[in-house]
Design a protein around this ligand. Structure first.
Ligand SMILES: [Zn+2]
Length: 290
């Protein structure tokens, strides 16, 4: 039973039981499955489409992709990055960007490290910081200049700290990460906090349109259904509870707080005071309201 793997008090997976029952890679996969605070009953869902409702069309697409992968000679023992390649080429981006990303993943970019490995006599240090050899990981992820570029994408998925991942591992993680899931979990945390603060009338805003729509349509069929159900259940405790979608540009305070949370890596609650880091942004919002 799955429930025997979940601690009802902490409402999280029993890590030690998982470790003694499954292989390490299975444990890692299970620990990535988020749980809802209200631990709903198990339910079978259809993951063939976004609505999580069975349709012949979605079943046809799944069958077709299975035939395609057999014809291409792909199998579970084949290329571990096949999911990455398939999704990379399907991205709605200019071809030159996709080719650049693919070349980065196969270590095919002319970094100084790669050039010197090919026998060309050159200094392989990074020309920007001069601190490390310029390989793919340094040039695109770790160099100060690269870090600065990544910082503009405030909520990009990050790999676990303990992993020493390769560039294609990172790209796979990025493409697989479910931002909607994170937004749904943030909404759940938000509504639980407002319950704790004993507020009776609340408006919860998010720029995740899929989450807001699902909550307003009372939809409980998707992969996020257990989290959405938990939010709906909490909603019943309020006199008034509205879920509103707002444009990302109107949500700068939340994004700045998310950045702050990433730097602190601990949970913080400011009750009745404005966090100094966003006081200017809050003032701007108040001016906009006035
Ligand atoms: Zn550098």
């Amino acid at each position: 039973m799955v429930s025997s793997l979940i601690d009802p008090d902490t409402k999280w997976w029993k890590t030690e039981v998982l470790q003694s029952t499954f292989l390490p890679f299975e444990v890692e996969t299970i620990l990535k499955i988020p749980l809802s605070h209200n631990l709903p009953e198990d339910k079978l869902i259809w993951i063939g489409n976004k609505k999580a409702e069975f349709s012949v069309k979605s079943a046809y697409h799944i069958a077709h992709s299975m035939i395609d992968s057999t014809e291409l000679g792909e199998s579970s023992s084949g290329d571990p990055y096949r999911y990455l390649w398939r999704n990379l080429w399907q991205l709605n981006l200019p071809a030159k960007i996709k080719i650049f990303a693919w070349r980065a993943c196969i270590n095919g970019l002319p970094t100084f490290e790669n050039i010197s490995k090919r026998g060309i006599n050159c200094y392989n240090a990074c020309p920007i910081c001069g601190q490390k050899p310029e390989d793919i990981m340094h040039a695109l992820l770790h160099c100060v200049a690269a870090s600065l570029a990544w910082s503009y994408w405030s909520d990009h998925p990050r790999p676990p700290q303990s992993h020493n991942w390769s560039f294609p591992d990172m790209a796979l993680h990025l493409i697989q990460s479910n931002v909607t899931q994170v937004e749904a979990l943030a909404m759940e945390k938000g509504i639980l906090l407002t319950l704790e603060l004993q507020l009776s009338q609340v408006i919860l805003e998010s720029d995740a349109i899929v989450v807001i729509q699902a909550l307003n349509d009372n939809s409980t069929g998707s992969e996020l259904c257990h989290i959405l159900q938990g939010i709906q259940l909490a909603r019943e405790s309020f006199e008034l509870c509205i879920f509103k979608c707002l444009n990302r540009v109107l949500n700068v305070v939340a994004h700045e707080l998310a950045q702050l949370a990433r730097r602190n890596e601990s949970s913080c609650v400011w009750n009745g005071v404005t966090p100094p880091a966003v006081s200017m942004l809050v003032q701007n919002d108040l001016l906009y309201l006035a």
